[in-house]
Design a protein. Structure first.
Length: 256
């Protein structure tokens, strides 16, 4: 199953040249940099879709090529899957389920002091137990590794990640400046729009309302891209944005 865990190695990571340093992006980077500067610590970035988590983490990885990023897939967040993905990344072979403690120590040593391990979609590390409830062993396995090896861990995911980590008190207490993003701040939308040359307050209001209803900054970006095409080289106008919202099916019901 480990082959389905997507590993993003820094040299192959897609670029994020257009990252806008919104308030949310700044807040996320502050927490990630904080744990990066304190080896052995943990933090959490949990937020709604479209708030800019992935783009912000890509920017951190581009500036910190020694960082490791794993994308966790639903149903593949068991301890063995994590060990296999890490060992593949570190060119260590395949873990042995009968000696997981020894393999954990080997992985810890191979990661090394001071590195940052980022786990995206980390809510999938909470594995459903058919006998009832969820199993959170993978979180504790990573916590133990981080503390023993003095490297830092960033758990990133949707808002259910906050619930999962909150269910493990000993893990929650160890989180350094966790970030929870439950809505898209209007200043984020305004900053993103301004980076595309759009400053009209009515347009920003419409985009901010749409971001709350739909896909956050991701849909703001998509809307402005379509508006720019419609503008055909001239400055984007309110009518262009309105047309783009209608075309993409993102307008509020009742908008004419």
């Amino acid at each position: 199953m480990a082959e389905h865990l997507h590993i993003i190695k820094p040299p192959e990571a897609r670029q994020a040249p257009g990252l806008v340093m919104t308030q949310t992006a700044t807040d996320i980077l502050r927490s990630v940099k904080l744990v990066a500067d304190e080896p052995g610590t943990l933090t959490m970035v949990a937020g709604i879709p479209g708030c800019g988590k992935s783009e912000t983490l890509l920017r951190f990885i581009q500036n910190n090529p020694e960082a490791i990023k794993l994308d966790i897939v639903a149903g593949e967040g068991r301890i063995w899957d994590l060990a296999a993905a890490l060992m593949q990344h570190l060119e260590m072979g395949v873990p042995n389920s009968r000696r997981m403690r020894e393999d954990r120590q080997r992985i810890t040593e191979a990661i090394g002091f001071g590195r940052v391990l980022i786990l995206d979609e980390a809510q999938y590390l909470a594995n459903y137990n058919p006998r009832g409830g969820f199993n959170f062993d993978a979180y504790e396995w990573l916590r133990a590794m981080a503390e023993e090896g003095s490297f830092s861990v960033v758990f990133c995911g949707d808002l259910s990640l906050a619930d999962a980590i909150g269910s493990v008190p000993q893990l929650r207490r160890r989180m350094v400046r966790p970030v929870e993003i439950r809505s898209i701040p209007k200043p984020d939308v305004a900053m993103f729009a301004a980076s595309r040359g759009v400053t009209d307050s009515a347009v920003v209001d419409a985009l901010a309302a749409m971001a709350k209803r739909h896909g956050g900054i991701g849909d703001v970006k998509r809307t402005l891209q379509h508006a720019e095409i419609r503008a055909e080289g001239r400055r984007i106008a309110a009518a262009d944005v309105k047309a783009a919202l209608l075309y993409l099916g993102l307008s509020a019901r009742g908008d004419g």
